[in-house]
Every structure is written in C-alpha cells, then in structure tokens.
Design a protein. Structure first.
Lengths: 476, 152
C-alpha cells in the first residue's frame, strides 16, 4: 500500500491535505481529505450570553461572517420565542443575498475562473488570478466589482465592521437609509450584466470540460437544501427537502429545528471535520450534498424571471426530471444563484416594508433551546444552542455547510484519482493534481481560516508507502 | 506614481480577533479610527481578499497593520512595500504584496504602501492579547501617526 499526499490544497479556505491510498496493485483503494485544524468554537462559546453569539460566531470566518451572523441570530430568536418584525426579516434577507453575491463572485472569478479559462493543464504558476488578468483583464476587473457590490450591501446594513452584530436575537439594529438604498439600486444593472457575462462565458467553455464533468463528483447521492412555499428556491428561512439523484423527493417539509431527527454526524480518526449523513440511510450510505448545486436540485423555481429561465436550462442537463449529479456543475449553479440574488435584491429594495422603523422584538429568555438554520453560500448552516435560565450558553452545536459536503468531497477525490491512477500507475501526473484541487474547489469549501496565511502556501505532494516511508515528494 | 483619484490615506488592520495576538491589526486600526484624523479612512478586516485591490487604488498611501509571525521580533517594525515579484497562489487570504501586485496588474497603479508589523506571540484560541503585544499598541499608534504627518 502506498500513499500520495497533497498537502496543502491551495486556493481553498483554511488548511487541508489530501491522501490518496494506493494498494499494492497500483490502484486507488481510498482517498482522504484531511482537515487538520481543530477549531474548538463550540467549547469556547459555553458560558457566554446567547445575545453575544452572533458577534462571536461571525468571527469564525472572514469570507462568510454573515452566514453565521444570521443563523445565530435566528437561533437567538427561538430562545426569545418571538416573531421578529417583517422589515427585520427582509433586511436580513437582503444582507444574505449580498453575502451570496460576494462569496460566489470570489469563488467563480478569482478561485475557479483560472482553471476554467486557462485550462486545467495550463502552467500551474500562471493558472491563478494573475494569469486570468493577462488572459482577460476586463473579466477580472468586473469580478472584483461584483464582489465589491455584494460587500457594499453588507456594509450599508451592518457598517464597515460586520462582526459587532447587526443582526441580533429579535431582529436587526439598524434599517437601510434612503441614500444607501439608492446607491445599491444604481449598481444593480452593472452587477447583472457581469453575472450574465460570466454565465454565458461558462456555458461557452463547457464543451472543453467533458472529462471533468464525468469525474468531478459525478455519482449518485442525496441533495439537501431549504425550499420555500411551492418548492421555491430559498436562502433564509424555509423547510428542509432531500432529493435523490433520480429527482425523487425522499423527505420534505422538515423543520430545521429537528435536524437531529434526520442528520447524523459520523467521526473519522483522520479528520477534525465531522461527516454528516442522512440519518435514515446510515453512514456512509446517507451521503448528501449541500450548496448551490443541491439548492438548485431541490427547488422547483427560483422565483425571479431571469434566474427561472436559467434554472430550466440547467435542469435540462438531467432531462429536467432527475438531479444534476456532477459536482462540476456547482460552478454553473453558483452563477445562477448570483442572478437570482441580484433579482431578489432589486425586488426587496422596491418593497415599502424595508423602510419600516420597527426592526426589533424585545423579550427575555423564553426557551432554553434555540435551533435554526439558514442557507450559507456553501450550503445549509445549522446553529443549535442550549442556554440556562439566564441565557448563558450551556451547549452549542454548529453544522457547517462544508462539513456536510465532506463525504462527497472525499468521493470526488477518489473518483478523480481512480481515473488518473488507473491510467498512470503510481506516478503522480500533473493533470491529476490539478484536477484533484479543482474538483475540491468546485465545492468552494470554507475550512474557515483561523489565522490568515503568511506568505505563500506551496503545494507539496508526498508519496508514502504503507509503512509511512516517504518514497517521493513534489512541490510547486 | 500618483493615485488617479488623489485620495488620502487608508489604514488597514487585519487578523483574526479570536486568535489572540493575531487580531492586533484590527485592534490598532480601530484605536486610530477613534483619534478622528482628517482624511484618513480605516478598514478592520479578518483577512485580505482580492477586492481590497480595488479599494487601495483610491488612496495615495496605504498602511497594512498585521501581527508578525516572527517570534523574535520585539518591537514594531515598519516596512516599505512593493508588489510581489511572482504570482501568488493563494487568493482567499492574500498578503499586502499580493494585493499591490493585483492592483498593479488590474489598474496599472498601486499606492505608496507600508506594512506595520506588531510583535506577537500567542496565536491560540483566545480573545485576549499577550502582554508583549498589548504593550506594543501605543508604540505602534505613535509610529503610524508620525508617519502619517509626512503625507498630510
């Protein structure tokens, strides 16, 4: 038995390494996506007042703080046992849509576009955002501006510093000024144009990636996500739906607060990231995927004109009735979600409720349990709190989106490695490394950097035999 | 090289405030903000991302305040920055030189920039600063405000 270790994976949020286990006959026997950083947030939160939780958990991540802010304040709403004012719900929705736009823009334009536009086999030293700038500087600039647009929505609502919680148990602290509203509205046409340009470009490039479509997580699994009324695409508050690869709804109308009834969490000794699975099917058979691909597979409509047209075309990949199975299509789904988000932002800004001054419901601790979920850019995010009568946190469980794709990411690596190792024996072909990285990037995993990276993070590949002896090592 | 927009000074403090001393950049940036300097904008960030390149080009001078990973550093260090010479690999969490390089490549401009490195020792999971890092807050503010005077 030999091991190929890819350590660490570049252009992925946080630190991780990959081990590919090769048996004595030269075939891939297993693949492991290790997450080596132990975060300990859940323990750290114990004893803290639940009202501080949005501000604390938002600091888990620099890329998607809003996701934690919203899931946490929703869990806080449950502890207060209040219905929050409609304007607060709409403003929270607006912020989440801004978050989806900025996070998806970062993923597509700056992390994945180099692979897509320059090609998976292009020179690794140039296959990055700087190579993209050389190839298409205008696209790179537009990508920056689209991400800025999403960030600006967040700043208009929460201020420049998002961590001191704007969204809080019971509602939100501030409304949206008329000046801010106007500034956002003025920038929507450009943002829409950029999103459509990226989507058209992606569709044009698709014929170049037939092999990647076949081997980037192209296997049956369940898909989980929130849906609204009538199966509408939902990002903030809805019921949970599971569909299988054939497009059958296998569970529907599930309350996020009861997640323990349908989500189990397995643990493996080689990773700090848990392995959530659909409980009724057991581990690992209950593999499911979350995030843009899953949300588009579980919903029936996006609920906005342009995005609905795109959804129809997207679903045609699987004849319109089955689920779209290849994880390569996460990129496509992400772009459709940007378009839907922009259309929904426009809708929300024309809603008179959004200017209401009633933004917060006040109450004390009325429930010792608060469990809620929202859709983060990368998938469904659950926050589950238990408090004492004074509102001090006794227990916390967070189920993060990236964790829920953990089994699927491992299988994706295995699928890619089997394709290449089968062709190339136990050598480490450059093409395989590029695709293992790109296959993981399709999920846009966020392992939440705890410390920002210092300097460069080189790619190191180590070949290790069954006794742990290093027999080959490569680095970029 | 001058800024196309001829705007003032930007101070960016970055780091993770849940990782002990790593958050010192944000803490110092916020303290400088409270001094209400004219023509100075402040950003307190978890990490540097590509869109910051689009922000810095609006300014003539930019300061990046960060916790130093060099455990032998015992005083605040100010370095003049130039764009990275090679193409960086990481874009989710970039360093200041990468941001300058991105600005140069995208907009043919990068502002005069400095990195202010603050001695740091504790990067473990904590909301408090080590004594050494705490003692560096005032010296860092003093050094930055002195430098700012040269550009106002």
């Amino acid at each position: 038995m030999k091991q190929i270790v890819i350590d660490p994976v570049t252009r992925v949020e946080g630190h991780a390494k990959i081990t590919i286990l090769i048996d004595d006959s030269g075939h891939v026997s297993d693949a492991r996506f290790h997450v080596t950083e132990f975060r300990g947030f859940e323990k750290f939160c114990e004893g803290r007042p639940f009202r501080e939780m949005p501000g604390i958990t938002a600091r888990i991540c620099g890329i998607c703080p809003v996701s934690h802010l919203l899931a946490s304040s929703k869990a806080g709403d449950k502890i207060l046992a209040v219905s929050i004012p409609p304007a607060a719900i709409k403003l929270r929705r607006l912020m989440n849509l801004g978050q989806i736009v900025q996070s998806h823009a970062l993923s597509f334009f700056h992390l994945s576009a180099p692979d897509l536009i320059l090609g998976m086999d292009s020179d690794p030293s140039k296959r990055n955002v700087f190579g993209l700038i050389k190839a298409d500087p205008e696209l790179a600039r537009k990508g920056i501006r689209l991400r800025q647009f999403g960030q600006e929505i967040i700043e208009h609502l929460g201020g420049k510093k998002i961590h001191p919680a704007w969204s809080i148990p019971g509602g939100v602290r501030n409304g949206l000024s008329e000046e801010s509203k106007k500034q956002i509205i003025d920038k929507i046409p450009e943002a829409k144009q950029t999103a459509k340009l990226a989507l058209e470009l992606f569709k044009k490039l698709l014929p170049n990636f037939q092999r990647e479509i076949q081997i980037f997580g192209n296997f049956p699994s369940l898909f989980m996500g929130m849906v609204g009324e009538d199966g509408l695409w939902e990002h903030y508050d809805g019921k949970i739906r599971f569909v299988d690869s054939m497009g059958n709804i296998i569970a529907d109308e599930l309350d996020p607060a009861n997640y323990k009834e349908y989500i189990g969490e397995a643990v493996e000794s080689w990773s700090y990231l848990k392995f959530p699975y659909y409980l009724p099917m057991g581990y690992p058979e209950g593999i499911y995927r979350v995030g843009p691909l899953a949300r588009l597979n579980v919903c029936e409509k996006m609920g906005t004109p342009e995005a609905d047209k795109e959804l129809l075309e997207f679903k045609e990949i699987a004849n319109g009735d089955r689920a779209v199975s290849s994880s390569f299509y996460y990129h496509w789904a992400r772009l459709i979600e940007i378009i839907a988000s922009l259309e929904k932002i426009e809708e929300l800004l024309s809603d008179p409720d959004i200017s209401s001054k009633k933004l917060r419901a006040n109450a004390g601790v009325n429930s010792i349990v608060g469990t809620a979920a929202s859709e983060a850019p990368r998938g469904t995010l659950f926050h589950d709190y238990q408090v004492d009568e004074n509102g001090l946190i006794q227990k916390v469980n967070l189920i993060i989106a990236t964790g829920q794709n953990n089994i699927a990411m491992n299988r994706t690596i295995e699928q890619i490695a089997r394709h290449f190792i089968h062709l190339h024996g136990t050598k480490i072909p450059e093409g395989m490394l590029n695709r293992v990285e790109a296959g993981i990037r399709a999920y846009d995993p966020c392992l939440s950097c705890s410390t920002h990276a210092f300097g460069k993070m080189p790619l190191e590949i180590t070949l290790v035999d069954k006794n742990g002896n290093v027999i080959d090592k490569k680095s970029r | 090289m001058s800024s196309p927009l001829e705007k003032k000074i930007l101070i960016i403090g970055y780091g993770n405030t849940l990782r002990g001393d790593d958050g010192i950049g944000q803490i110092i940036a916020e303290k400088i903000e409270k001094l209400n300097f004219k023509d100075i904008d402040i950003l307190a960030l978890h990490q540097l991302t590509p869109d910051i390149a689009g922000k810095i080009i609006e300014y003539k001078v930019v300061f990046f305040i960060d916790a130093s990973q060099n455990t032998e550093l015992n005083e605040v260090q100010v370095l003049s920055l130039e764009p990275s010479e090679s193409s960086p690999k990481i874009e989710h969490a970039m360093n200041p030189e990468d941001i300058l390089k991105l600005a140069e490549e995208l907009y043919n401009f990068y502002p005069k920039s400095f990195c202010v490195l603050v001695p740091a020792r504790n990067f473990s999971f904590s909301e408090s600063l080590s004594d050494l890092t705490k003692s560096m807050i005032q010296p860092a503010i003093k050094i930055i405000t002195e430098k700012i005077k040269n550009f106002n």
